[in-house]
Design a binder for this molecule. Structure first.
Ligand SMILES: Nc1nc2c(ncn2[C@@H]2O[C@H](COP(=O)(O)OP(=O)(O)OP(=O)(O)O)[C@@H](O)[C@H]2O)c(=O)[nH]1
Ligand SMILES: Nc1nc2c(ncn2[C@@H]2O[C@H](COP(=O)(O)OP(=O)(O)OP(=O)(O)O)[C@@H](O)[C@H]2O)c(=O)[nH]1
Ligand SMILES: [Mg+2]
Ligand SMILES: [Mg+2]
Lengths: 292, 277
């Protein structure tokens, strides 16, 4: 863990009496290692390191009796501050239905998260409608339909040949007819460099009043998390993040990178494959996990 | 001497940044850069171009594997496809089936993911696209039983390759990893030598966790190779250097898209080239 590594660093430096700024840099190298191992983006690590360096020197850690613990606390608090804040609850539209669009890379957990979100919001008294807007992946519509059935949540889908912007527009129309007040759009996984599919998301937004666009990110995503999120964000402004597969042991540094660079708040965390495996986001827990 | 082409500390720093951003990981990056420094010294390399070329050469050599292609046996081979959730197992099976048919084999698929919603339907769709039969039971049935059945069907029909899909599973889930251990050992009892290949699917967009995945999956099933998917993304899949370094696993194929033809045998030179794009 970072605290042990820092203990090791500082015990070597202890015999020297007062620590110098150069010694602080030795400690910061351990922090950098820990963050990179946790998949925090290279450039974000540099920023975080600089901020921590200022605080470490400013708070006279060099004179502390427990410098390792002091540095860990500074780092931890810095991460909590970076991760936290922002609107963490799902925003509701001024007039129903609220439309939530889930977007992200292939396989990140959008379809599963759509079902989880439907269950979560129904427990809060909403009437959700799930929308099968992935017309590409084999059996994607089947997958969402089955999940909806398991939860007794209605699923809107159209036969082969229908286009996602039309499907979504028709779904919202149906929601209004059935007095469903929450429409959750499950979109196809896509690469941020696919112009056509990025345009498709813009087209959906143009046809449907989307209140929340949630980027669904796999906790194990590596260095590219920032570039991917930024590009999605430039096409359809993201309003929140769902970090999935946090029931594994991926440290989840991607969450810090995405939040730090795009400013998008993490709203939910996926902690399993079942429909009830969705948690609110706790910045201090994820901060501890990233530090390892 | 041309200052612009001289090998400076800055060159090594830029290289380090490139590798870390490619998910090679800090430790592995340091090892690779250290090896390059030695080679630059040993071979008396003076220009950056020379160093770059030596490096690409070094890295490609590191990933290359003499064992060509898949280990197939007669009369039936079982290839088990494993990995964590969402990495591309099911899609890759569709691609592999097409690839193997193209190479003159007869293939059938085993719908070993009996858990996830519409997993069986998804594999059946790929089976139909590839023009190969799919052996499936009811959702919720025992994956070992499905694979057992598939082996029997292959023997009966004279099919020589069985591709077995399995449910995505996080390596931290003890029960699921034990299930995989059982699937692997039951297959071996039914068909001597099975599974002839256990292919771990690794997502190119994943970071350092893929190394832990590889280690844990190797503990419960005899992983024989990797398939790196989603290399058409902007991610570079650099974690494979650490996997190769620590586990010696060869990369057999790469996935480069969502179409059935988006699979290619691994080419170390091209992969390394992709890191420097
Ligand atoms: N363990 C675990 N598995 C998850 C979680 N969220 C999703 N999954 C699994 O991840 C895999 C992919 O989930 P999907 O919902 O199909 O992902 P997707 O983003 O819709 O995929 P595409 O539509 O192909 O882009 C499935 O096996 C899910 O069960 C999670 O929080 N924990
Ligand atoms: N861009 C790209 N997408 C891919 C590639 N391989 C698979 N995919 C996509 O990744 C998503 C997940 O693929 P699956 O085959 O369902 O993955 P899986 O490992 O079987 O998922 P689970 O069974 O749920 O664990 C799908 O949207 C695929 O189309 C690839 O090489 N490139
Ligand atoms: Mg989906
Ligand atoms: Mg699958």
């Amino acid at each position: 863990a970072l605290s042990d590594r820092l203990e090791g660093v500082f015990s070597k430096l202890r015999g020297k009496g007062k620590l110098s700024e150069a010694d602080v840099d030795i400690a910061l190298r351990e922090v950098r290692l820990a963050l990179l191992e946790a998949d925090v983006n290279f450039k974000v690590v540099k920023d975080v390191q600089n901020r921590i360096r200022e605080k470490t020197i400013g708070e006279h850690v060099m004179e502390s009796l427990t410098p390792a613990q002091h540095v860990v606390k500074i780092v931890h608090d810095e991460l909590v501050e970076l991760l936290g804040g922002g609107q963490r609850r799902l925003e509701m539209a001024g007039s129903p239905p609220t439309v939530v669009m889930l977007v992200g890379l292939q396989g990140s957990g959008k379809t599963t998260s759509a079902a989880k979100l439907a269950l979560h919001m129904r427990k809060q008294g909403r009437r959700p409608l799930l929308v099968a807007a992935d017309v590409y992946r084999p059996a994607a519509i089947d997958q969402l339909t089955q999940l909806g059935k398991q939860l007794s949540v209605p699923v809107y889908s159209e036969p082969a040949g229908a286009k996602p912007p039309d499907i979504c527009a028709n779904a919202v129309k149906k929601a209004r007819e059935d007095a469903d007040d929450l429409v959750i759009l499950d979109t196809a996984g896509r690469l941020q460099i696919n112009h056509e599919l990025m345009a498709e998301l813009e087209q959906i937004k143009a046809r449907v009043p989307v209140t929340e666009t949630l980027f669904v990110a796999d906790a194990m995503t590596g260095q590219e998390a920032v570039n991917v999120a930024q590009e999605f964000h430039s096409h359809v402004p993201l309003t929140g993040l769902i970090l999935t597969k946090m029931d594994g042991d991926a440290r989840g540094g991607a969450a810090l990178s995405i939040r730090a660079v795009t400013g998008v708040p993490v709203k939910f965390v996926g902690i399993g494959e079942k429909a009830d495996a969705l948690e609110p986001f706790y910045p201090d827990r994820v901060a501890s996990r990233i530090l390892g | 001497f041309n200052r612009k082409t001289e090998i400076t500390e800055e060159f090594y720093e830029e290289l380090e940044e490139l590798l870390i951003q490619a998910d090679v990981g800090v430790m592995t990056t340091q090892r690779l850069i250290e090896a390059l420094r030695e080679r630059v010294e040993d071979d008396n390399i003076r220009a950056i171009d020379g160093a770059r070329e030596a490096f690409r050469d070094e890295m490609a050599g590191f990933l290359e594997d003499e064992s060509e292609g898949l280990r197939l046996a007669q009369p039936v081979s079982l290839l088990l496809i494993v990995g964590v959730n969402g990495v591309g197992k099911t899609t890759t099976i569709g691609k592999l089936a097409t690839y193997l048919k193209g190479a003159g084999h007869s293939v059938l698929l085993a719908a070993g993911d009996t858990f996830r919603a519409a997993a069986i339907e998804q594999l059946q769709a790929w089976g139909s696209r590839a023009g190969v039969p799919v052996i499936a039971h009811q959702p919720g049935s025992d994956p070992s039983a499905v694979i057992f059945d598939a082996i029997a069907a292959a023997e009966a029909r004279g099919v020589d390759v069985v591709l077995a899909d399995t449910a995505g599973r996080l390596h931290t889930k003890f029960n699921l990893m034990e299930e995989l251990r059982k699937v692997s050992s039951v297959a071996g009892k039914r068909l001597p030598g099975a599974p002839h290949e256990v292919l771990l699917i690794v997502d190119a967009t994943s970071g350092q966790n893929a190394l832990i995945q590889a280690k844990q999956f190797t503990e419960v099933s005899p992983v024989t190779g990797l398939i790196v998917t989603k290399l058409d993304s902007t991610a570079k899949g650099g974690i494979v250097f650490a996997i190769r370094d620590e586990l010696g696993l060869p990369i057999k194929f790469v996935g480069t898209g969502e179409k059935i033809s988006d699979l290619a045998p691994f080419d170390a030179g091209r992969f390394v080239g992709g890191l420097f794009d």
